[in-house]
Design a protein around this ligand. Structure first.
Ligand code: HPA
Ligand code: ZN
Length: 334
């Protein structure tokens, strides 16, 4: 099974680039930029990654991102992630980035974008991995800050396919950003949102109805509302599920209790993603393996996760066909 997963073509649709900052790179950047971090070595950083819920993770995650200062830092971060994609046979990746985490510290939007887009262009040319960028608004900040961020994105509009919504879900429901999402969609961006991770299933319904998102990030709380599950199936709404993230943040107490396989078998379009791999203990292959170890899955079902992600991706039709062909060729060879 592990061999099958290793060779399986994959598409990642839920990955926070700041969440791919490995402790070793965090240390290197802290030294390069003369920034003090409250850890003596990378092992100490890893020991601090013991989370009780989403907020306990976010506090450490925003702290870690403070070592990212220069264009080169953002390039190095992104390039390191793309090398991991290559190792895990991820053929296409859609990356979230959180501009407000950086602009609030005086780092310019341009600095972030130059580092990210140059690394992604090199990854396409040298590694053959296609990608898209999704600008996420931090939902614990206010609407005005989100509007300001949308304005700053104007010059980079052609490099950003969609807007998203992340950070603390409880207390910050989708309707808080109704007007920002309406403005973004009017400008031509697609939309996604984290919903139903820690927050109620009504956040999923509201993200669909109010924010008019194309897909839902996490969405695992949909199981609390059978009518919503039927709607997701009928409307082919894709859920970008992140199994290791969900168990590390105690959304599920164990991988055995995770509902991703039930949802798949009911006909919901679900995929497997890493979310914040440096913090949650694994990239794509680790997430696939963790699910396959806790649940009995056929090769066809494992391939279905990739098939669903290809259909839900924001890449062009031609690239989608290529990805489907590569997946089919692999399945046929097994
Ligand atoms: N949920 C909400 N916000 C986030 C996450 C997440 O899983 N990862 C990074 N920001
Ligand atoms: Zn996420």
């Amino acid at each position: 099974m592990y061999q099958f997963i290793t060779g399986l073509p994959k598409v990642e649709l839920h990955l926070h680039i700041e969440g791919s900052l490995e402790p070793e790179l965090m240390f290197k950047l802290a030294q390069r930029n003369n920034i003090e971090i409250p850890f003596a070595n990378p092992d100490e950083v890893r020991e601090a990654y013991d989370f009780s819920n989403l907020q306990s993770f976010l506090d450490i995650y925003y702290q870690g991102a403070q070592v990212l200062i220069t264009e080169r830092d953002f390039y190095d971060l992104t390039w390191a992630y793309m090398l991991r994609c290559k190792a895990d046979n991820v053929l296409h990746a859609e990356l979230f980035f959180d501009p407000q985490t950086h602009t609030a510290r005086g780092i310019s939007f341009d600095t972030v974008m130059k580092g990210l887009t140059n690394a992604l262009a090199d990854a396409e040319a040298q590694l053959g991995i296609s990608s898209q960028l999704i600008l996420c608004f931090l939902r614990h900040l206010d609407e005005a800050s989100a509007f300001d961020t949308l304005q700053q994105a104007q010059l980079w509009k052609d490099s950003i396919v969609a807007v998203g919504l992340d950070s603390s879900e409880v207390g910050h429901p989708p309707e808080k950003f109704a007007r920002v999402f309406a403005a973004a969609r009017k400008q031509g961006y697609l939309a996604v949102a984290h919903a139903g991770e820690e927050g109620p299933s009504s956040n999923i319904t509201d993200a669909l109805d109010i924010l008019q998102v194309s897909r839902i990030d996490h969405g695992v709380r949909c199981v609390d509302d059978p009518q919503l599950v039927s709607r997701l199936i009928e409307e082919k709404v894709h859920l970008t599920v992140c199994p290791l993230s969900n168990t590390k943040l105690k959304v599920f107490q164990s991988m055995e209790q995770h509902t991703i396989v039930d949802l798949l078998r009911q006909g919901v379009s679900v995929g497997i993603n890493a979310d914040d791999p440096a913090y949650f203990g694994g990239y794509m292959n680790d997430n696939f393996t963790a699910v396959a170890c806790a649940h009995t899955l056929s090769q066809k079902e494992l391939g279905q996760f990739t098939c669903n992600a290809i259909d839900a991706s924001f890449c062009g039709l031609e690239r989608k066909l290529e990805l489907h062909q590569q997946l089919q060729a692999y399945m046929d060879s097994q």
